[in-house]
Design a protein around this ligand. Sequence first.
Ligand code: NAD
Length: 256
Amino acid sequence: MLKGKTALVTGSTSGIGLGIALVLARQGADLVLNGFGDFEAARAEVAATGVKVGYHGADMSKPDQIAEMIAYANKDFGGVDILVNNAGIQHVANVEDFPVEKWDAIIAINLSSAFHTTRLAIPGMKARNWGRVLNIASAHGLVASAQKSAYVASKHGIVGFTKAVALETATTGITVNAICPGWVLTPLVQKQIDDRAAREGITVDQAKKDLLGEKQPSLQFVTPEQLGELAAFLSSPAADNIRGVAWNVDGGWVAQ
Ligand code: NAD
């Protein structure tokens, strides 16, 4: 279905980004990977699907490195057709204790990086009159939790950014949408589970159950594969007129 297209997924060396990259690759899209994790392992896993795979190690908090990454995709892959803005970080603290450098890093990586990748990828998409921008927001793009002010601000911000760019491209073959996952068991969430177990003197298994019980009525983690399948659907012709949505995949989190 996606043969002949190139997808660039930021933060795709682990977790949700890698899951989305794998599903898009199985649909035939060539892939540009990015992220700080084990990129050789990620590259091998995606290459096993038979598509062309590249990697660029741009730091998503650095606009000049983001520009180099898009230039690399243009030169070696002929452009970016599907842009998945996925790289993200978290920090948990009350606002009065929130380290200023953590606030700046979260806004830069979770929000501003999507501005830079999108502004640089859109001209090529316009020239081809086809494109998909998929912003990985969060249930925290729709509702808040305490002690996550920077994360919630960045994710609400990216939902707003999604809507604005969807309107700017509404008469073109480019669609712009956000995906809002609930809890997914990735390194980002494992850290929160481990911190909680240590803080409360409970087992990791109990901390996992408590985390789900608090927010996610399904009491099950969403999987990277499920998010990848939604990304593939939003990249399909059936989704040509889905524009500016913030689609929650959250086991019922924001229905409450
Ligand atoms: P993860 O930690 O497994 O993956 C994050 C990826 O981003 C990694 O590849 C990491 O190397 C990369 N990254 C981090 N900082 C970077 C930087 N400065 N430059 C380039 N790459 C960088 O986490 P994840 O859970 O897979 O998160 C992916 C996205 O999904 C994030 O935007 C996160 O906010 C969002 N999300 C996660 C959950 C969840 O429950 N795990 C829920 C909702 C939304």
